[in-house]
Design a protein around this ligand. Structure first.
Ligand code: PMV
Length: 345
């Protein structure tokens, strides 16, 4: 018997950042992210009866076997244990492709692990003869988290939390959409991703998280993220654009401050990252328009602004793209979450 499942899952950008983990991929602080629309991974998993001439796990990216990705998938399968029982009797072939170039410097682990978790869970449900019910995406979120923490948030659209906190539907194991309706000003929020440097990350996020274990400022950082989570919930409900700008930029710089003050320390921002940040702040001051930045664990700058201001802010963004990024950028926006795909992969 052959079981096949295909899903598309989006990437997400954290506004309140997850940085520091313990136990089995549990976050030291709550986080809130914006699910993206364009940056996605499409994955097809084929589970079939063992064939002695083939490896029991094979991963293909854009049609090419990539054994380098397989240890991470192995690790996920080990952590899932009996929950994913298909693995005991079948071989897995995983075909994946990203809508954004692999070399773009955009982490594909969130969208990749989310799409993979959906495929594995759907195959397991089919194998057990179980209907897909309301808990499907929550379970997939918990599974995706075991592969990459931030992937837990890619299972839902809009603004999504992961971790514990008053007013959150998420917990340490599973992400969830924010319970209160998000104000219309934040609906369809834009994220222009300015590609400052597309080389591989110097320090992996796994290594970065572990540096938080011995970090002088770790406990204060976790408290700050808790406070920002509380504030952001209110900000998103009230439509407080100024509050959003304050929290988003403070979080981005706090994340990088943690990296710059850990032991050993490292700097992921490049000179052009800083130049773009300064340009954004100056433009905001001069124009009064609500545009701000956030950063992931890398040098690229995410320029965030409400959709209603697109016509007035986009020319400025395009200027930055030409001046600092040799024309390289990805234009993204708030997305609705994963979709089942009828894939050609
Ligand atoms: O999902 P991980 O383990 O690669 O960690 C990523 C953490 C950040 O992207 C830097 C922040 C976040 O909350 O997404």
């Amino acid at each position: 018997m052959k079981l096949i499942s295909s899903w598309q899952a989006p990437s997400n950008i954290a506004i309140v950042k997850y940085w520091g983990k313990y136990g089995i991929q549990l976050p030291c602080n709550p986080s809130i992210s914006l699910t993206l629309q364009q940056a996605k991974t499409e994955t097809k998993v084929v589970a079939q009866d063992p064939d002695s001439s083939q490896d029991n796990l094979q991963f293909f990216l854009d049609g090419e076997r990539k054994p380098g990705f397989e240890p991470k998938i192995w690790a996920l399968l080990q952590l899932l244990g009996d929950e994913f029982s298909v693995w005991k009797t079948k071989h897995l072939r995983i075909y994946s492709s990203n809508t954004f170039p692999h070399s773009a410097g955009i982490a594909s682990s969130a969208s990749g692990m989310a799409a993979l978790a959906l495929c594995l869970l759907e195959i397991e449900c089919a194998f057990r003869g179980q209907e897909i019910d309301d808990s499907f995406f929550s379970t997939a979120s918990r599974w995706a988290r075991l592969g990459s923490g931030s992937a837990s948030r890619s299972l839902f659209g809009g603004f999504v939390s992961w971790g514990n906190g008053p007013g959150l539907n998420s917990n340490l194991e599973t992400a969830a959409p924010l319970p209160n309706p998000v104000h219309s000003v934040f609906q369809g929020m834009k994220d222009a991703i300015l590609l400052v440097d597309q080389s591989e990350k110097k320090v992996s996020s796994t290594a970065g998280h572990s540096l938080m274990n011995e970090h002088w400022f770790a406990q204060q950082r976790f408290k700050q993220a808790e406070a920002h989570t509380d504030q952001l919930i209110q900000i998103l409900t009230d439509g407080d654009v100024e509050g959003f700008i304050e929290v988003a930029e403070n979080e981005a710089l706090s994340l990088h401050a943690m990296m710059m003050t850990s032991s050993s320390s490292y700097v992921l921002m490049r000179p052009n990252t800083v130049a773009i940040i300064e340009e954004i702040r100056e433009f905001r001051k001069q124009s009064g328009l609500p545009v701000c930045f956030t950063l992931d664990a890398g040098p690229n700058v995410h320029v965030l602004y409400p959709a209603a201001y697109e016509a007035r802010i986009q020319p400025f963004v395009l200027e930055l793209v030409q001046r600092y990024c040799a024309g390289k950028w990805l234009y993204d926006a708030m997305g609705a979450g994963p979709t089942k795909s009828i894939t050609q992969l």
